[in-house]
Ligand binder design. Sequence first.
Ligand code: GUE
Length: 283
Amino acid sequence: MSAVRMDGKALSAKVRGSILAETKALKEKGVTPGLAVIIVGNDPASEIYVRNKEKACAECGFYSEKYALPAETSQEELLGLIAQLNQSPQISGILCQMPVPEHISEQAVIDAIDPKKDVDAFHPVNVGKIMVGNFDFVPCTPAGVMELLDEYGIDPKGKECVVVGRSNIVGKPMSMLLLHRHGTVTICHSRTSGLAAVCRRADILVAAVGKAGFITPDMVKDGAVVIDVGINRNAEGKVCGDVAPEVMEKASYMTPVPGGAGPMTITMLMKNTLKAAKLQHSL
Ligand SMILES: Nc1nc(=O)c2c([nH]1)NC[C@@H]1CN(c3ccc(C(=O)N[C@@H](CCC(=O)O)C(=O)O)cc3)C=[N+]21
């Protein structure tokens, strides 16, 4: 039997439709959500993501500004722009596309964004709130995964959830969200011994590794829900996930790449931007 494909593109369209409806109501009260997207340098993948984010803003009726800065931009200049955007009344949310060039400190950039405009939820204040379980912004990729689980009627409560990957942007916050929803959560990483056996325990397996085809069928329990958060490019330059395609035959539900967690990530960014606009206007 082949897994049910968890369609992130279709769910995105649905959620963006309801965001647009809410934006229209907000505009009648004189408030337009606004997102500023900053990209430093010209990484081709980042350029695709930034274009997708601008497109999503348009679909949701948002105002958006894009700042494409040259790779040589100094940290001081970048922090100066962020300080200006922190003060701008048209801007509800600020996102600086990662990675930034090596001479710029990623943490300095994250720390400079006003936590109230931190729609990525990367700022330590927001990270702390997620840990405590009382948060305004949910990190976009994990939030998108939770919406996909809900849409397909998959409740993490009491289930064995295994997250492979411990990054600050995906693995760690993903684990927290599953824990808040009463999953039994195991976080695995490159030093985990007996990784395949740990993965085989999973009722819900989340792959956030960044290696094409890393999760093979022998690592998956029959009937598991498999969430693929990886965005890799194979030898032919085709976009592919962390999960080998053959896993489809073992899983009960699985997210495709592309068209699964990726579009949902951007949709959750829109949701956070709408939320930011509402919070800033006490609506
Ligand atoms: N400050 C910051 N915030 C981010 O949220 C952030 C970031 N930096 N840096 C890079 C990662 C990656 N990321 C993706 C978003 C959407 C797709 C996406 O739309 N994927 C589509 C198309 C993939 C393609 O064609 O390349 C899909 O999966 O169907 C992918 C990856 C956001 N990130």
